[in-house]
Design a protein around this ligand. Structure first.
Ligand code: AHR
Length: 637
């Protein structure tokens, strides 16, 4: 394929081309990116899920029960765990001189990683107690204690008192089958029981943030150089019904004021990973946010009608003010400052709802187009003219989004259908995000009826590459694309194909084949595309330059070639002969369905980087095998 790239023409490229969606699916929040180690730390419940003692077991005959006390820890956390010292322990309490340690253990999100590093813990207690508490991390298999600490009690019969502690194990645990335990002297509990709530334990977190993120997962995400973060969903934003959407206000401030959320993926959520935590994530990774606001359509088909919609519009305006409002002159900006961040976060994109062509059924979608989106668009742009307001559907869902709004297009497809995306946006003038994208089904299969493939696989990744190249060619109108979902717990999940797999044991954290694609493409951003001469298929490509770096770029993918190798000859108009470039080629396993398996740890993606120099005519010559991806970037001028 002879590719002659022109020095002028093409279009400016949005700088947010590669990013991801985060919502709590697959325990990607609680038990995932959110670093809290204690599962069910506050016995939260909702209209969908009851409080339970899941995750908790008694130690030494203690009796654990849930109680809704007259004086709960907080309005948000009504249910607590009563720990009665048990008959054996209480008989000792009534006479024996020897003390008996009783308490409870928590086995975390299917285990806990225990290392020689400082853990930060806290818990609230109510009840009269004389003595101290012992917090420990120990093996579930052998009982071996890897680390423990004594916490002096400062309890009271009438009040909830918080206890904080630090715990540094003296030994790394050999596996993640470990528990956290908290014990106390049965004899010291004056009336035979104590009440506990909000029992929390964090390992060191990403960038050292309090209430922060799990380091290896955050670094794995950061490692693919994302520039766009779409939050908080996804279905999570919409909620199970119109009384149970992801209300950002419930996610702010001290943990004791966060009631939890009736997650839409089959489990109760803690609200620990709240709006502020998302904003810090964006700030720490320098991500542009697409902030989802609830618009009165929920997953069960609930529709908030026009005459009741204004409070939701106002709520969205408050949310925007919370993120980006001035700390001294606005109510919600002030609230953000109180929570520790006086400077406004940058906010350029707000999305109204999620997949509303689906959730509210035909009726909901009709209301979206008729009045819902227009109401949000007008109100948001009136107050924040610089914000691009994004509809949760696209022109391909039958919505010619009114100016100055943008659309959101989602694609979960087969490799073939992703390759078909290549020119999808060539003639679309309305700006769009690709709010969710991934290869999830094999070609020629049953599609959604057969479920999703369990891991991103190589030919699926190539399909993604072709579609991404297509989007990037149109990146004056494609604001950016988000891979979704981004991570999955191997222990409990609802959606298999994700970019990063994980378990409690960090050794299981696995970068999928798609991670390598996105890392390569996102690591080589253009500021402008440049037109080129050749046709496409089986080589799909985009060419351009990065004016900030003074480089020229080629990104390509070969899909379904009839020859083993596709020779490429690439010449950039005006670039002097003898120019050096770095060429990176990714190839996959022989089996196009090969994937990166967390249980073997084998990476099937082969990355070859080489220095190439253009010949006396200014030509870079190389070849690409079938099912390969390449990026060539010239050295900075
Ligand atoms: O990414 C998983 C789900 O797929 C999202 O929550 C939803 O928007 C889409 O249907």
């Amino acid at each position: 394929v002879d590719i002659a790239v022109k020095a002028t023409g093409g279009n400016a490229t949005s700088p947010h081309q590669y990013g991801f969606l985060h919502e709590d699916i697959n325990n990607s929040g609680d038990g995932g990116l959110y670093a809290e180690l204690i599962r069910n730390r506050a016995f939260q419940s909702s209209s969908i899920f009851n409080s339970t003692l899941d995750g908790w077991t008694p130690i030494n005959g203690a009796a654990l029960s849930l109680k809704d006390l007259d004086e709960p820890l907080s309005k948000a956390l009504k249910t607590s765990m009563n720990v009665a010292v048990g008959s054996l322990s209480s008989s000792k309490r009534n006479g024996s001189s020897s003390s008996q340690a009783v308490g409870f253990a928590n086995d975390g999100y299917w285990g806990m990683d225990v290392k020689i590093q400082p853990y930060t813990g806290s818990f609230w207690v109510k009840g009269e107690y004389e003595g101290s508490f012992t917090a420990s991390l120990r093996s579930n298999l052998t009982g071996e204690v890897f680390g423990s600490t004594e916490i002096e009690a400062k309890t009271s019969a009438d009040e909830w008192v918080e206890h904080e502690f630090k715990l540094t194990p003296t030994k790394d645990a050999p596996n993640s089958n470990n528990t956290f335990s908290l014990t106390f002297d049965a004899a010291g509990a004056k009336d035979g029981s104590l009440d506990f709530n909000l029992i929390s334990l964090f390992p060191p977190t990403y960038k050292g943030r309090k209430n922060g993120l799990r380091i290896d997962l955050a670094e794995a995400i950061e490692g693919f150089h994302p520039t766009l973060l779409r939050i908080p969903g996804g279905n999570m934003l919409e909620g199970n019904n119109s009384n149970a959407w992801w209300d950002w206000k419930n996610t702010l401030g001290p943990l004791k004021d966060r009631p939890g959320f009736s997650g839409v993926w089959g489990y109760q959520q803690s609200n620990g990973l709240g709006l502020m935590e998302y904003l810090y994530l964006a700030e720490d990774m320098d991500l542009e946010i697409v902030l989802g606001v609830y618009n009165g359509l929920s997953l069960n088909g609930d529709i908030i009608p026009k005459d009741k919609l204004q409070p939701f519009v106002d709520d969205a305006l408050d949310q925007i003010e919370f993120v980006s409002g001035d700390a001294s002159t606005t109510k919600w900006g002030r609230r953000r400052a109180e929570l520790g961040h006086p400077a406004p976060f940058k906010l350029q994109y707000v999305e109204v709802g999620n997949e509303d062509w689906l959730a509210g059924g035909d009726e909901g979608w009709a209301t979206f187009k008729e009045y819902r989106f227009p109401m949000f668009l007008e109100a948001i742009n009136k107050k924040y003219p610089h914000i691009t307001v994004i509809s949760s559907g696209s022109v391909f869902d039958g919505y010619e989004v009114p100016a100055p709004g943008a659309g959101d297009y989602h694609i979960y497809g087969t490799p073939d259908s992703l390759v078909d995306q290549f020119d999808l946006f060539d003639n679309v003038t309305i700006p769009h995000i690709i709010g969710e994208a991934a290869a999830v089904h094999p070609n020629g299969g049953l599609g959604w009826d057969a479920g999703l493939l369990e891991y991103p696989w190589w030919s699926g990744t190539i399909g993604e590459a072709v579609s991404m190249i297509g989007y990037e060619r149109n990146a004056d109108r494609i604001i950016g694309a988000a891979y979704a979902p981004i991570v999955r717990s191997l222990d409990r999940w609802q959606w298999a194909a994700v970019m990063i797999q994980f378990a409690a044991d960090p050794a299981k954290t696995t970068l999928s084949t798609s991670w390598y694609l996105w890392e390569l493409f996102a690591g080589h951003l253009m500021t402008h595309t440049l037109p080129a001469s050749s046709d496409f298929n089986p080589l799909y490509y985009v060419t351009g330059k990065n004016e900030d770096k003074g480089t020229y770029l080629f990104k390509g993918a070969v899909f379904n070639a009839t020859t083993d190798e596709v020779p490429v000859s690439l010449i950039f108009e005006g670039l002097r002969p003898g120019t050096e470039a770095e060429l990176t080629i990714l190839t996959g396993p022989e089996d196009p369905y090969g994937f990166n398996d967390p249980f073997t740890g084998v990476n099937v993606v082969k990355t070859v980087k080489e220095k190439v120099v253009s010949d006396e005519e200014g030509r870079f010559a190389f070849s690409m095998p079938d099912l390969s991806i390449a990026v060539l970037e010239t050295k900075s001028a």
